[in-house]
Design a protein around this ligand. Structure first.
Ligand SMILES: C[S@@+](CC[C@H](N)C(=O)[O-])C[C@H]1O[C@@H](n2cnc3c(N)ncnc32)[C@H](O)[C@@H]1O
Length: 525
């Protein structure tokens, strides 16, 4: 069979086929090194689509084989979810707000749904059951349980995480949200007219365009960077300093204040004064919203907006180093870039995106009940708290008890869960309970931290047992690099009855080592 593709066509076909970016130069490489045969016609280069398909099929197969060789034949390749597109792993409400450390919805589905396969030989949960997630995080278990017709209770120590979870599974008046966000957007635009940051930004953008065209012409500049004898760092620094003179002049002309006066809170430190003014303005508008559900969802939109407007360089968005309040040479874009001076575009974009996502979920949702409680899973009285917050779900739960757990606990010394949303704690004034987090980053990974982690997770399981039926099933997703789970199970009076090994592919892109996460299945001893 033949189906000839030009290099460009081959690159877009392969990008779709593999669901990742395959550039024309990737294709040229395959031809040049004889991985796929070159077909020449009238001086042009083509490849046969079926040759490419064969090449990629063979290559992904060998990756699976290599990994199994390293991690064992019981590696469940299906759990890598490698064939899912990003839009599926972040479907509908799962992308309402960034959250470091969430698991993908397909993993939850795999264990909660009613399929069986070579690895999952039993069905563990059925419709109308109740599942508990004592480390609820951003609510992935609650949302997927809802889709599958299963009731769910979540607990999280972080007030902000409980809010995200409850917002995801909330029901809304879509019309009210739309009218309200449009009104706030209109008000924000009026507010901006009273200020001069927009005029400042538009002149700054003009100047940047001229400067960048002259000093970083594309693609010539990218080519220069690829040359060994070109010192990108020095050139970038030189041009950065040159542009700063123009920047300073504009700041003076428009009387723009960059830094805020205070430096006590995260919001003081990581946001330019102009951004802070707009954030406070929108927050004041949100405070006035009468419909509580609309108020909650727009609070999440504002929080997502704020996160995107922190004063950072484009390459440091995930890890904050120093506030970036000036124009700078950006390695990512190969030109001079600027910090943000208005929240409007993100606010507008996220409002629309949120509305679309809650609508999508609304079409899939079942009439089952879910609720995330704020509390410490080591000692929370789950049924009593539930009675206060969701009487319907409390009634069902008290009668039939909880069927089991699906959860991913924090791991020793990896993430500070409160701190990752510090900006929202500042703005909304939620109480912080950093001290009650199990295994936070700030306590490290030493012996003492491991001991306290083991006890903490075991206490959570012991407390959860009070609310579960006999014959419960517990599933814990963990990266147990210190081998702590056998001890945890023992302390909790449970035994590990199975371990599912899931290949974690994304990490490999970075570290290039085969790595598996374990899903521990525990039952009463
Ligand atoms: C790995 S995350 C869970 C992520 C979740 N599976 C998701 O998809 O979003 C662990 C969560 O445990 C919470 N946590 C830590 N200590 C806790 C405690 N003592 N009680 C309840 N939750 C706790 C953290 O706040 C964090 O949200």
């Amino acid at each position: 069979m033949t189906e000839l593709l030009s290099i460009k066509e081959a690159s877009s076909w392969a990008s779709k086929h593999l669901n990742k970016d395959v550039t024309p130069s990737n294709i040229s490489y395959l031809i040049q090194y004889g991985r796929v045969p070159k077909i020449g016609e009238n001086g042009s280069t083509y490849v046969n689509r079926f040759d490419l398909e064969k090449y990629y099929a063979h290559n992904s197969l060998s990756k699976e084989e290599i990994w199994k060789g390293k991690l064992g034949d019981d590696l469940n390749w299906d759990l890598s979810f490698a064939n899912y597109k990003e839009s599926e792993t972040t479907k509908h409400v799962h992308r309402l707000h960034p959250y470091k450390g969430k698991f993908i919805p397909q993993l939850v589905e795999y264990f909660l749904d009613n399929h069986t396969d070579k690895f999952k030989k039993e069905i563990f949960f059925k419709k109308d059951d109740i599942v508990l997630d004592p480390f609820c995080g951003s609510g992935t278990t609650l949302v997927q349980a809802n889709e599958l017709g299963i009731n769910a209770i979540g607990v999280d120590i972080s007030a902000f995480n409980a809010l995200i979870s409850n917002v995801k599974i909330g029901k809304y008046d879509f019309n009210d949200i739309e009218v309200t966000y449009r009104y706030i957007t209109k008000k924000l635009k009026e507010f901006q007219k009273e200020k001069n940051n927009l005029a400042f930004e538009s002149e700054l953008l003009e100047e940047l365009k001229i400067f960048n065209n002259e000093n970083f012409p594309s693609p010539e500049f990218k080519y220069k960077i690829s040359q060994k004898d070109f010192d990108e760092k020095r050139y970038g620094q030189e041009k950065e300093n040159e542009f700063l003179l123009i920047y300073e002049k504009l700041l003076t002309k428009y009387k723009i204040e960059l830094k805020q006066k205070g430096n006590n809170t995260f919001l003081d430190k990581w946001f330019l004064q102009v951004i802070r003014d707009e954030v406070d303005f929108v927050f004041d508008q949100i405070k006035k919203i009468k419909n509580q559900q609309t108020k909650k969802i727009l609070s999440i939109v504002l929080s997502r907006t704020i996160r995107s407007c922190r004063a950072t360089t484009h390459s440091d968005l995930a890890t904050l180093f120093e506030p970036q309040i000036k124009t700078y040479y950006c390695k990512k874009h190969g030109k001079i870039c600027k910090p943000l001076f208005s929240i409007l575009s993100w606010w507008d974009r996220y409002s629309k995106d949120t509305l679309k996502r809650i609508n999508e979920f609304n079409r899939l949702r079942t009439e089952t009940k879910q609720r995330c409680l704020r509390g410490d899973s080591r000692n929370i009285d789950i049924f009593r708290e539930l009675e206060k917050q969701s009487a319907d779900l409390a009634n069902i739960a008290i009668k039939k008890k909880i069927d089991g757990i699906f959860s991913s606990p924090p791991y020793v010394g990896l993430i500070d869960y409160h701190e990752q949303h510090a900006y929202s704690y500042d703005l909304y004034g939620f109480e912080r309970n950093d001290d009650s987090e199990i295994g936070p980053l700030y306590k490290g990974q030493g012996k003492q931290a491991q001991e306290s982690y083991i006890n903490g997770i075991a206490e959570v399981l012991l407390n959860s047992k009070k609310y579960m039926k006999n014959g419960y099933d517990v599933f814990l997703v963990a990266n147990d690099k210190y081998g702590l789970y056998p001890k945890i199970a023992e302390l909790a009076g449970m035994k590990i009855v199975n371990q599912y090994k899931r290949p974690v592919l994304n990490r490999v892109e970075k570290s290039r080592t085969a790595y598996a996460e374990i899903i521990f299945h525990l039952r009463e001893k």
